[in-house]
Design a protein around this ligand. Structure first.
Ligand code: HEC
Length: 174
């Protein structure tokens, strides 16, 4: 009955691993941001693309603006305001030269996304909860942890520049 012992052992090991899984990530992603109380939305990295952007100067990055289904639908229609339930994510990466492109083109020509930049940002629409900030909750996470309140307080005043577009700078790129 050796096979039986092995089977039991395998089941015990599998159950132990399963039970430990929720703790493996260290729970960093569960932390709520100050002021707006936003958590990192599950699966946001697989959301669809609203647009891309490139910041020059000290930021010097490439970025992607992603939206959940509600956001994508509204962004495509292009008629703000965004409905409650909208979440827009902003990811950024180093703006890096692709060395191999010198061989491909005869000179350095291609610039691509390098390692991810710290600071994933989210805008969450809830017109009653966030009534005092145009209906949007703003959040930035560094290394999966919410940035401090001082950082979260910078968002709304700057996004207020595009109040006419419901505080969202990027337009949908078809
Ligand atoms: C100094 C002005 C400024 C501040 C401060 C700022 N943003 Fe933005 N944000 C922008 C601009 C300009 C864009 C569009 C260009 C781009 O995508 O980088 C943008 C884009 C975004 C986007 C994509 C949706 C959109 O509006 O196009 C999100 C999400 C976002 N910001 C969240 C935040 C959060 C969260 C904070 C605070 C932690 C913040 N922003 C602080 C200027 C600002």
């Amino acid at each position: 009955m050796k096979w039986f012992t092995i089977l039991i052992l395998a089941i015990v090991i599998a159950l132990t691993i399963l039970a430990a899984l929720p703790f493996a990530s260290g729970h960093a992603e569960d932390e709520t941001s100050p002021i707006f109380g936003v958590k990192i939305p599950a699966g946001y990295r697989d959301w669809r693309l609203i647009s891309v952007a490139h910041e020059e100067g000290s930021l010097n990055d490439l970025r992607a603006i992603l939206g959940n289904d509600v956001a994508i639908r509204a962004a495509r229609e292009g008629k703000p305001p965004f409905p409650d339930g909208t979440i827009i994510a902003r990811l950024a990466w180093n703006y890096d030269p692709l060395e191999e492109s010198s061989k491909a083109f005869g000179h350095l020509q291609s610039f691509v996304a390098g390692p991810p930049k710290n600071g994933v940002q989210f805008m969450v629409k809830d017109s009653s909860k966030y009534a005092s900030t145009g209906g949007w909750g703003f959040a930035q996470f560094n290394d999966g942890k919410p940035a401090d309140a001082a950082v979260q307080n910078t968002c709304f005043p700057c996004h207020a520049i595009v109040k006419a577009r419901d505080f969202v700078f990027n337009r949908y790129s078809p």
